[in-house]
Design a binder for this molecule. Structure first.
Ligand code: ARG
Length: 420
């Protein structure tokens, strides 16, 4: 009996060819799974292509809300950015697509699942690890890393089997998108010295094309999760869609970075993530109001670990569950509103309020109503400074007036090319 394989399908050239290739070369019956995470697939033409390529069926799953609720929003609660810049849109999408593949494999009694990732990227790692965690008995086929077709060969292959391919010129870029952001790589972007051409951007305006007038948006959070815009309670999908649109018009969320892939190479990556960037700005502003200094400092370290774990494909692990539990716990008073100004490629929090705020005007003010006892500061500093003074006396003492007092020990003078 022919075995069935479930393929993560996008409707593009590569996965359409993969649909045929899995039948011809590997002898599988193929079920195509088109997961919609907000990438706005052209469902009709994708379905037509998949069926022309011989798929048993092309199944479309709208996973947008699950994606935001269980993947993107927890990453927002953590303030997760890989290497300080990438909000992890693609990386967050992969474990969900893998879960959908495994679920569908169970439903149709498949023995295998497939994805079209190349052998040079992070995405294959994320898919494979998630599949091994959720369906260890399933065979995994990585079509692109196993058949190694060039683009021309893929087009030829499609023509041979009468699979319709777009007549438009294929973009030289590789892109991936979902509601949390858009990733763009390849083409001229592979030269890290070259400024990204304007044509690669789809969600954000160039700085010079942004509106002259600022927009203000008030983002409401409950326990670290965004729930409203300007007082309108919105479910995750419309909230993020609206914010992507609004912030994108102001050119917010363009990210240009060289990042370190898990598979050992540096790569130049461009991202567009208007909503993610604006939400993170707002979320951090609300945390500044509602978390203590130590909570903020420790959480930042956790955020880094969390971001790396997501990037490295370790979503379905106990380490993830443990960090997620900590992060969720930190969010119990991160409820309130943040007013964000959107202008000239920047999202800036300009106002924040929270029912459980730790900000005390009576303590902070230099004006009327000051309740802070400034005389108590002297005693505090006397004790806080005790070890500093003691160490200076015992170990750091230098001659009064010695300019070396200002220097860091053993630090050579900077060499600016002038001879000293
Ligand atoms: N470098 C990013 C990551 O590893 C984006 C990958 C984009 N994937 C793609 N197929 N274009 O998460």
């Amino acid at each position: 009996m022919t075995e069935t394989i479930v393929l993560a399908y996008s409707g593009g050239l590569d996965t359409s060819v993969a649909t045929k290739w899995l039948q011809e070369e590997r002898g599988y019956d193929v079920v195509c799974l088109l997961a919609d995470l907000g990438n706005q697939p052209d469902v009709d033409s994708a379905r037509e292509r998949g069926l022309k390529a011989g798929a048993l069926s092309v199944d479309v799953v709208d996973a947008r809300e699950d994606f935001l609720r269980y993947f993107a929003f927890p990453a927002l609660a953590a303030n997760a950015l890989y290497q300080g810049g990438y909000p992890l849109a693609t990386a967050l999408g992969r474990p969900l697509i893998a879960k959908l593949l495994v679920d569908r494999a169970r439903e149709v009694g498949a023995s295998a699942v497939a994805h079209g990732c190349t052998g040079k990227g992070n995405d294959q790692v994320r898919f494979d690890l998630a599949i091994r965690a959720l369906g260890p008995d399933l065979t995994i086929v990585g079509t692109a890393r196993e058949n190694l077709m060039t683009r021309d060969q893929a087009i030829e292959y499609a023509a041979r089997f009468s699979i319709p391919v777009e007549t438009t010129v294929e973009s030289p870029y590789s892109t991936d998108e979902n509601l949390w952001g858009r990733s763009i790589e390849c083409g001229v972007l592979e030269d890290p010295w070259v400024e990204p051409p304007e044509e690669i951007y789809a969600w954000t305006r160039h700085l010079q094309e942004t509106p002259a007038e600022s927009d203000y948006v008030t983002i409401g959070f409950e326990r670290g999760t965004p729930v409203s815009l300007d007082g309108d309670r919105l479910s995750p999908v419309p909230l993020v869609e609206r914010l992507n649109d609004l912030a994108g018009r102001h050119g917010i969320g363009r990210i240009d970075m060289v990042e370190d892939r898990l598979v050992g190479i540096k790569s130049r990556e461009i991202y567009e993530a208007p909503a993610a960037v604006a939400l993170m700005e707002a979320h951090r502003a609300l945390e500044a109001l509602t978390l203590s200094r130590r909570q903020r400092a420790f959480k930042e370290r956790v955020a880094q670990e969390y971001a790396e774990l997501i990037y490295e494909g370790l979503w379905f692990t106990a380490q993830h569950q443990d960090l997620a539990a900590y992060i969720q716990s930190t969010q119990r008073h991160v409820t309130g509103e943040v007013r964000v100004r959107l202008a000239r490629a920047g999202a800036v929090a300009v106002g924040r309020q929270a029912p459980r705020s730790l900000y005390s005007h009576e303590l902070a003010t230099y004006g009327e109503g000051d309740r802070y006892d400034q005389t108590a500061a002297q005693g505090f500093i006397a004790i806080w400074g005790l070890p500093v003074q003691l160490q200076a006396e015992q170990q750091l003492l230098r001659q009064p007036g010695d300019p070396k007092t200002l220097a860091t020990p053993n630090q050579p003078a900077p060499d600016n090319g002038a001879d000293g």
